[in-house]
Design a protein around this ligand. Structure first.
Ligand SMILES: [Zn+2]
Length: 86
């Protein structure tokens, strides 16, 4: 089956806002981290993964503590989505 067309809509992984093309930070990873991700999640495609899972600039600028709170909320949100889709 063909993969669905890539949408241009990106959401911030932390606050879930739709981010503009110039309003996000792209994660990068070391070679070792990429290798580990590849081994752990066999379907993980770093180019796609890092392109779609981005924090917006305002979230990225938050202090660590605030970002962690948002990350915890984001995980709950993802879990809920996962459960409603499966
Ligand atoms: Zn954000």
């Amino acid at each position: 089956m063909a993969r669905s067309a890539r949408t241009t809509t990106r959401r911030c992984v932390l606050c879930d806002r739709i981010v503009a093309d110039d309003d996000y930070i792209r994660f990068t990873a070391t070679f070792e981290a990429l290798e580990l991700l590849g081994r752990t999640f066999r379907t993980f495609d770093p180019d796609e993964g890092f392109d779609e899972n981005v924090p917006c600039k305002s979230c990225n600028d938050l202090p660590d503590k605030e970002r962690k709170k948002l990350a915890a909320k984001a995980m709950q949100r993802d879990l809920r989505r996962f459960r409603s889709e499966n």
